[in-house]
Design a protein around this ligand. Structure first.
Ligand code: G
Ligand code: G
Ligand code: MN
Ligand code: NA
Length: 253
């Protein structure tokens, strides 16, 4: 049995699960949304992390089905949270392959039409490298998605090779500062400068600056002083199954 054929069955048999990690609005001191992170609850191998099956899904052509499953689940979780009195946004990671699929915008429109959730509550996270892979085709798909009212986030910012000339044409709403910079920002003057400059760049382009990988109170406090808009990381909350996340939300403020 190859892992790829097992993955096809896993999607059909609902062995995948979404974990939710909180994203906080720093100035308002409020939970703004969640990032959905997929895991595979394998019947024999236990919990498999996305780094160990997403690349396989991309190679074996299963990524469209997987993205579809993730989006459907993420939208329905967000709609359930809204109905329970928690109007949070939900962010979903998308692979390059999904964004190069010309059918993707129509498939997404169908998913949005089937759920009781305004499209502005959905954010799709796209890494810098994904955006650069096939610039014109990706820009076309991303623009169609943005025109539906979905927010676009540039993930892992600072680790790839994006050109500002291209970034400025993207209909993005936010930049996510890669956690490698946040990790060292209090011990490395260079990393602090990069974080500060990225927040400045985001604001100059009228985008939100989101920091990820916050693990300590001092990092959180420093990001607040720097005017960063949102933050996410183990210090605030780990990725959790939905029932745990609801408990966490109830205990938060
Ligand atoms: O979830 P973890 O916490 O281990 O995430 C590892 C990597 O997998 C991250 O780069 C994340 O963006 C990616 N990832 C998590 N969930 C998804 C998903 O649903 N689709 C895609 N394409 N990538 C995902
Ligand atoms: O590439 P992307 O930013 O989507 O990946 C998110 C990844 O970061 C997931 O694997 C998630 O589990 C992980 N993550 C989230 N918060 C933290 C954190 O505070 N520290 C570390 N080391 N990893 C984190
Ligand atoms: Mn992400
Ligand atoms: Na990231």
């Amino acid at each position: 049995h190859s892992l790829s054929s097992e993955l096809r069955a896993a999607i059909e048999e609902d062995q995948l699960v979404l974990h939710l990690q909180p994203i906080v609005d720093i100035a308002a001191d409020r939970v703004q949304g969640v990032e959905a992170l997929v895991r595979w609850q394998h019947p024999r191998r236990g919990l498999i992390m996305p780094g160990d099956f997403i690349p396989r899904a991309e190679r074996s052509g299963l990524i469209s089905e997987l993205s579809n499953w993730v989006l459907k689940r993420a939208l329905s979780s967000a709609a359930d949270l809204h109905a329970a009195g928690w109007p949070l946004g939900i962010s979903v990671n998308l692979s390059a392959r999904t964004l190069l699929d010309p059918h993707f915008p129509d498939a997404l429109a169908e998913l949005l039409a089937a759920v009781d959730l305004p499209s502005r509550y959905l954010t799709v996270e796209i890494t810098e490298d994904t955006l650069m892979a096939d610039q014109q085709r990706t820009l076309d798909v991303v623009t169609r998605v943005a025109n539906m009212g979905v927010h676009i986030s540039i993930d892992d910012f600072g680790t790839g090779y994006s050109q500002l000339a291209y970034l400025k044409r993207l209909p993005a709403s936010e930049i996510k500062i890669d956690r490698s910079f946040v990790e060292d920002m209090l011990v490395s003057r260079t990393d602090l400068s990069i974080v500060q400059a990225t927040i400045g760049l985001a604001h100059a382009l009228e985008l939100r600056a989101v920091a990820e990988g916050i693990e300590t109170e001092s990092q959180a406090e420093r990001l607040r002083q720097l005017g960063c808009d949102y933050m996410q990381g183990y210090y605030i909350g780990r990725p959790m199954p939905e029932d745990k996340f609801r408990d966490w939300l109830g205990a938060w403020d």
